[in-house]
Write a protein that binds this ligand. Structure first.
Ligand code: KG4
Ligand code: ZN
Length: 365
């Protein structure tokens, strides 16, 4: 029987510095004792995107205080912790170095084991913390850095069914916003503008719709938006709203096709899943109501449960890193050596083919 476990998690792979303390009962029940996230949004917004050097420096400045705060809020000290879990990839190498080296230093000083966590595994296992989901299930990760459809078979057992061959979906939202002079981050701005727009005014491409392989492509969509904006410039507010609404419609149609095929494939492969089939969504784009609505409808039609963890745990955080560490520890995975190195590229499924571009902003992963 697995004993009660408590882990300190550290996340620094992109533009959020985060620390958390999470526990796992002997029966697998989780408790989030603390969850501290410091977003660097303001540092990067003037540049319209994440600047790796600024991100690394900001992580260095904030991490120690954040870890202290996470321990304090959890009302525990380092001696009460069973292990340290730190993100060691994929992501921006400067930030990964800061988080992993800090994790190693704490592990060395305290004599506690270290788990070097794949950030994508953190996203993949979050639904087991929030909804106690059993394996297998499908996970769609749609963030600024990733667009991946992953079959989650078990702890450490992942199959990548699809990924983007160029831009990540969040990146497409951000670039569209930039083209239209909307503020950064672009996703929420595009969604707001789309509310007053006509989704049928522009027929933007639905990339890869109909393809048997479950990959995604969003750079053509971005080019089509640029072309439309150039053709009708100068843009009125209504033009911007119409472009945003048409862009979101193209995104929804693409997701409907790609994910719809994914659900069919899952059903064919796993006709009798305990507790029913489920699709989990994670990543910042999961905040988008049209995207959510599309996925919910698809799931309803196909008899899938649609699981969207609270947004705070869908976007980057250290709770998911601590939880991935707990899952690894509870399933008997050995901790990592202290000479483990960060990896800017680290696919969850090492057998998946490498695709051009593959959608990791800054550090292609
Ligand atoms: O998971 P996330 O917070 O972190 C990173 O990828 O670093 O995702 C951020 C992405 C950004 O590209 C942002 O524009 C997008 O998620 N996003 C949205 C919305 N809110 C955030 N995209 C579409 N609609 C939204 N409401
Ligand atoms: Zn992430």
């Amino acid at each position: 029987m697995v004993p009660f476990l408590r882990i300190l998690g550290i996340e620094t792979s992109c533009d959020e510095t985060a620390a958390a303390v999470v526990e796992r009962d002997a029966d697998g029940a989780p408790t989030v004792r603390s969850d501290v996230v410091l977003s660097q949004l303001e540092e990067h917004s003037a540049f319209g995107g994440v600047v790796p050097e600024i991100a690394a420096r900001a992580h260095v400045e904030a991490l120690d205080t954040l870890i202290d705060e996470a321990l304090k809020r959890a009302n525990v000290s380092l001696s009460d912790i069973d292990a340290i879990a730190a993100t060691s990839g994929p992501g921006l190498i400067g930030g990964l170095l800061v988080g992993l080296m800090t994790g190693k230093a704490i592990a060395k000083a305290s004599g506690k084991p270290l788990y070097a966590i794949n950030h994508l595994e953190g996203h993949a296992l979050t639904a087991r913390l929030t909804d106690r989901l059993s394996f297998p299930y499908l996970m769609l990760l749609v963030s600024g850095g990733h667009t991946q459809l992953i079959l989650v078979r078990g702890v450490g057992n992942y199959e990548r069914w699809g990924t983007t061959i160029d831009d990540a979906l969040g990146e497409a939202f951000d670039k569209t916003a930039k083209l239209l002079s909307l503020p950064y981050p672009g996703g929420p701005a595009v969604e707001r503008a789309a509310k007053d727009g006509n989704p049928d005014r522009f027929l933007f491409p639905r990339p890869l719709v109909g393809e048997a392989k479950l990959n995604f492509s969003f750079s053509g969509l971005k080019t089509a938006v640029r072309q439309a904006a150039t053709d009708i410039a100068p843009l009125t507010d209504q033009d911007v709203a119409d472009i945003c609404a048409s862009f979101q419609k193209a995104v929804s149609r693409t997701l409907k096709d790609r994910i719809g095929r994914g659900l069919e494939r899952f059903k064919a492969q796993f006709p009798d899943v305990e507790g029913g089939a489920a699709l989990v969504v994670a990543g910042g784009v999961a905040a988008n109501l049209e995207v959510r609505g599309t996925l919910q409808t698809l799931c309803d039609k196909n008899g899938f449960r649609f699981v969207a963890p609270p947004l705070r745990l869908c976007t980057d955080n250290a709770v998911m890193i601590a939880w991935a560490g707990l899952e690894r520890m509870a399933s008997g995975v050995e901790p990592d050596d202290l000479d483990v190195q960060p990896r800017s590229r680290w696919p969850l499924d090492s057998s998946a083919e490498t695709l051009l571009g593959f959608g990791k902003r800054g550090a292609k992963a």
